[in-house]
Design a protein around this ligand. Structure first.
Ligand code: ASP
Length: 444
């Protein structure tokens, strides 16, 4: 029998109704033996995530403001959940201990981690699974740097002792035993670490959407779901747009070649999106895998006669950027031109000085700045060595009346990035989607 690791996000464990859906999902497949849970998330749009309430308790303490009211809200949420699920679990001693620790100066990481801890205690009781505390098997060094190999060894050893277990996501411990959390959304990472440790056949990541869509549904109505995507494609797509999965959750499973399956707790019959290592275009008739994009970029364009024969010219530009600690997104260049595309936010308050420095160090013939640029990435393995992809893309944009301000294609041929005016962003995405997906102007 294979092993599946299932991680459930905050909205999946937000209340008794959601927890019951989770139990049904787990019980419907005996291979789902290791479960990772987040802290209870929002039950409705205006609700608070439990982790945020826990951070709030800590802030109250730091400012010498009574925290008991906020703490009670958290306590009550668990009590109601336990009551509604009809569990035989006395949660009070756990809360009394946490309150005690809080009053005695417990760290931010400790308090933030308690949402996951309590969520897993409750879930283990409800499912009849063992509870495994990651403080004993997920390790950080004294400086707070995550230790992957030590963790893998300890987790593998610990989980071998348990036929079925629930683990809290989001945290581990330093050598002195103090709690250390991953960055926000880090339960995804815990799930990936557990999947690697038990050599799972799949890492299921259960959330409140049925996987990834080919385009943002706020822009493209009824955007099609992506059934398979490679880790690399996902990196390109999520770098540009909204992300369902924590970036760092990919690495542990990618190395072990374990697929990640994004699933929806509220629609468990939907197969979701599978993230795999190899070609994702197999079995589909799609040339592209997805389209994503972001607004808020600025281009600094430099023109100089004979630039191509001047050794080290671009290096000077990069060293100016380095002095300002600015990273760039793209560096399109021509024979006598070079441009840098930078997030506009990074340039706030420093653009004037930066331009002055570029002027001084590079003496360009012209130096131009264009703000309000949006970047759109059209991504897909199916594009590799496929003729007509750029022609289709550019024709679609031309027909939609969109002016292309920048073009960049990675040498992997897996994506084409175009820069357009922010005002054309939505029109451009719709046009690309229409050409490749709805009208299938280009077929495989
Ligand atoms: N509860 C933590 C957060 O809100 C971690 C997680 O949910 O993955 O960031």
């Amino acid at each position: 029998m294979g092993v599946k690791v299932a991680k459930f996000g905050g909205s999946s464990v937000a209340d008794a109704i959601q927890m019951t859906k989770v139990r049904d999902i787990i019980m419907s497949d005996p291979e789902r033996r290791y479960i990772v849970v987040s802290a209870p998330g929002k039950r409705f749009a205006e609700d608070s995530k439990l982790t945020d309430l826990l951070y709030l308790c800590k802030t109250h303490i730091e400012h010498n403001v009574p925290f008991h009211q906020v703490f009670q809200v958290i306590w009550d949420r668990f009590k109601i959940m336990i009551m509604n699920l009809g569990l035989d679990l006395d949660i009070d001693p756990y809360f009394i201990e946490i309150r005690e620790n809080l009053m005695n100066g417990a760290s931010n990481d400790y308090i933030a981690s308690r949402g996951e801890y309590l969520s897993a205690v409750l879930a283990a009781n409800f499912f009849g699974f063992d509870f495994v505390d990651p403080k004993d098997c997920i390790f950080f060094d004294a400086n707070g740097k995550f230790m992957p190999e030590e963790t893998n060894e300890a987790l593998t050893k610990e989980l071998a002792k348990h036929e079925r277990a629930v683990l809290p996501g989001f945290y581990g411990a330093k050598p002195d035993g103090s709690i250390k959390t991953f960055s926000r959304g880090g339960s995804d990472i815990t799930g990936a670490l557990v999947a690697r440790a038990v050599d799972a056949e799949v890492y299921e990541n259960w959330t409140d959407v049925s996987g990834f869509l080919m385009a943002d549904p706020r822009i493209v109505e009824n955007a099609k779901p992506i059934s398979r995507v490679t880790y690399k494609e996902l990196r390109e797509l999520s770098y540009m747009g909204a992300s369902v999965l924590h970036d760092e959750a990919i690495f542990p499973v990618k190395g072990a070649n374990i697929p990640i399956n994004i699933r929806n707790t509220n629609q468990p019959e939907h197969p979701g999106t599978v993230i795999v290592g190899e070609d994702s275009s197999e079995g589909t008739d799609e040339i592209i895998t997805g389209i994503s994009g972001r607004k808020g970029f600025t281009v600094i364009a430099i023109y100089k006669d004979n630039m191509n024969s001047e050794v080290g010219y671009v290096k000077r530009l990069l060293s100016v950027l380095e002095n300002y600690n600015i990273s760039f997104e793209h560096l399109p260049s021509g024979i006598d031109t070079v441009s840098v595309v930078i997030s506009s936010q990074r340039l706030e308050g420093i653009l004037g000085d930066l331009l002055e420095d570029i002027q001084k160090k590079m003496s360009p013939d012209t130096l131009e700045v264009h703000s309000n640029l949006a970047l759109i990435a059209t991504v897909g393995h199916g594009m590799i060595k496929r003729q007509g992809v750029s022609a289709t893309l550019f024709t679609a944009l031309y027909q939609a009346g969109v002016n292309i301000r920048m073009i960049d294609q990675g040498s992997s041929e897996m994506n084409i990035i175009v820069g357009v005016e922010e005002a054309d962003f939505e029109t451009a995405i719709k046009a690309i989607y229409k050409a490749f997906v709805e009208e299938k102007t280009l077929t495989k």
